[in-house]
Design a protein around this ligand. Sequence first.
Ligand code: SF4
Ligand code: SF4
Length: 485
Amino acid sequence: MPTTGVEQAKSSVLSTLNPDGSRKWLRPRPSRGHFYRWRRAVAYLLIALFTLIPYINLNGRPLILIDLPERQFSLFGSVFFPTDTVLLALAVVSFFVGIFLSTALSGRVWCGWACPQTVYMEFLVRPIERLFDGEPGRKTRTGAWRRPAKYLAYFIACFFLAHTFLSYFVGVDKLRTWIIHSPAEHPVGFFVVMFTTGLMMFDFCFFREQTCLVACPYGRFQSVLLDRNSLIVSYDPTRGEPRGKQKRARKAAEGGDDVPLTVLADGAKQGDCIDCRKCVTTCPTGIDIRNGLQMECVHCTQCIDACDDVMDMIGKPRGLIRYSSQAAIEGGKRQLIRPRVIIYPLILAIMLTGLVVVLATKDLAEITVIRARGGLPFFPVHAEQGELIGTRVKVSVRNRTPETVGYSIGLVGVGGGSINQAEGPMQIEPYGLETSEIVILVPPAEYGSVGRREVTLRVEGSDGFSKDVTYGLLGPAWTGKPAED
Ligand code: SF4
Ligand code: SF4
């Protein structure tokens, strides 16, 4: 059997695995200390926010809506589309650099304080569990009705959460329709709700801490995202070791003991850790923080609260486990300014400036011109003004405004040329996309001897929008004679 912390760490592959390979089910004892109370307040605020955000509108749009069927993304009153590739790239890079920066500065503060998995698991699901099963470490409540009642409570919570989650993707109006009408009228919607509820039941009732330990990639990156000066939850071995029962320390401390380290009878120093393992039994991922920084640690601060209680009880200063950095724990000084906390904000500032510039210069409409499929690439047309060469193209217009706008298309700078648009000007709903087929008519002489002509299409909107789009036409090489049918 391993005896020291290092040996235990070496022998432990996964904190939730028994030596025989079976799953070690965790029922962490909550430590309701200072950090727990703050985390609970933050968690309930976040739960309220997560629930209410889909109901809040700005500029007539939901505050956040990831509308997959319509391929639109509403964010704080603005609407984005998959074609906003530059915006998307800048936003994604900013997001990741923001994560790198926050981790370099404050460790896994997101995991412990704000990640929905932690928030709902620790402050909704576990309280339900304790309500029916009793406090971990005390006598389990019995009664045949408790288990089904507990799972019913889980189901109600997950059903509600599934609706909250889906409202970010389908919007509250569609969700309301799904709720008040028979499932037979919207079988796909009903399936999506039940599937999401099932996934949440699986996560919160069965998978639990495994989501953080094996499914979430963030924890695996922490070894490269953290450095020796990042803020982490850590145990202070210089103060805590050698660990041992308090009785032994007291017995050894002659003449009172109000200093962190006491002297044992054999002259060795006794650390403040009394090896009560309360920091382990409270850990939601089942690790022993005394083994050092581990990938499984989600920085939930429960071990800080547990150990502070113990320190209060034995009359030692709090903070044997505390927010600190590896550099500080090893006796050095935590450096706030270091290369990565200068480089990350610089990159972030460049990305955010780019985002603001792209947003500020965004057009009121987005125009795409492509060749119409099928048929001849060009064809002769006998028109009033004489022989012309026609080319069929498709013009797609995305209205990016919250108003319905009429759009007309014209041909610019081609003498004797014109546009034939059978459907007439387009009327496009707010944020809508429409495609119209037009025929560009150009005199044959315009193609020159190479048989090519670049033309300019001007799209004008009733809201004052105007944009010129160039398009390359292929036609017959001009020989000086009209083309024959
Ligand atoms: S709670 Fe504190 S005293 Fe108890 S085992 Fe953990 S570190 Fe040691
Ligand atoms: S070691 Fe402490 S901070 Fe890390 S997950 Fe366990 S209880 Fe939370």
